[in-house]
Design a protein around this ligand. Structure first.
Ligand SMILES: C[S@@+](CC[C@H](N)C(=O)[O-])C[C@H]1O[C@@H](n2cnc3c(N)ncnc32)[C@H](O)[C@@H]1O
Length: 232
């Protein structure tokens, strides 16, 4: 399928969605620094916390960097938080500073080719939450290959994914799936693959050690996915 938007549109959308205004920055300075409130769910929090056992961690498509903050606060020595939008990286740097781990988080803007230029085996663990299923499938494939190469032998990859939307559930909610993608206002919001399809994509590169299903706060059904992978 011809994806009807460029990467620039996608990054602009996320840059506008995840950014901090002056008031947000003030609020962040004053907010009680309770790490567990940073993650959208307990399962994601536990996953990010487990990254504290590793020395060099990559948070790919970090958003405001909540997972990097949790990882660094839990013991990870060097965390790299990367994303494609400057406003997102500014937000990630603010969070890192506000939570007192700015010295252990290197937050920086990347371009689409950055991962393929990383030195092989750089990271002991990578975290990639809600990124692979909000990009075109070809991009997701390139990211998976890049994360594989950037990981040290037997390195850990933790991949968070949104829910799978069955055609019936989509039509019940008045949503239109086009060739396995959900667009909202012209923006790709979901690359709609089920658990087996994602496993098949990961398996040439990673052993799937665990697949957890979880819900965000307020959601009834545990339909979101967390893949715990080990580099082959
Ligand atoms: C749904 S947000 C998730 C943010 C964060 N990982 C989290 O769990 O809260 C998707 C993120 O992926 C980033 N992103 C989109 N395409 C990307 C790409 N090709 N490479 C790296 N990051 C990308 C967006 O800028 C955005 O920050």
């Amino acid at each position: 399928m011809d994806i009807k938007q460029t990467n620039d549109d996608l990054i602009r959308f996320w840059g506008e969605s995840i950014c901090l205004g002056e008031e947000d920055r003030q609020a962040l300075a004053d907010v009680p620094k309770d790490l567990s409130t940073l993650a959208p769910s307990q399962e994601l929090f536990a996953a990010a916390k487990s990254l504290g056992d590793y020395e060099r961690v990559l948070d790919y498509g970090c958003g405001h960097g909540w997972a990097s903050v949790v990882a660094a606060s839990s013991g990870a020595k060097e965390v790299e938080a990367v994303d494609m939008s400057p406003s997102i990286i500014e937000a990630a740097s603010c969070y890192a500073e506000a939570f007192g781990v700015g010295d252990r988080i290197d937050a920086h803007v990347i371009d689409a080719g950055w991962l393929s230029r990383c030195d092989e085996g750089t990271y002991d663990a990578v975290f990639c939450s809600n990124v692979l299923d909000v990009v075109p499938k070809q991009t997701a494939g390139e990211i998976i290959k890049g994360l594989y190469a950037a990981l040290a032998p037997k390195g850990k990859a933790i991949i968070g994914l949104n829910f799978f939307l069955s055609p019936e559930a989509a039509s019940k909610r008045g949503m239109n799936l086009e060739d396995g993608y959900l667009f909202v206002n012209g923006i790709l919001r979901l690359s709609n693959l089920n658990d087996e399809e994602w496993s098949t994509i990961f398996e040439p590169f990673f052993v799937v050690e665990k697949l957890e299903h979880f819900a965000w706060a307020g959601e009834e059904m545990k339909t979101r996915r967390l893949f715990w992978l080990r580099k082959r």
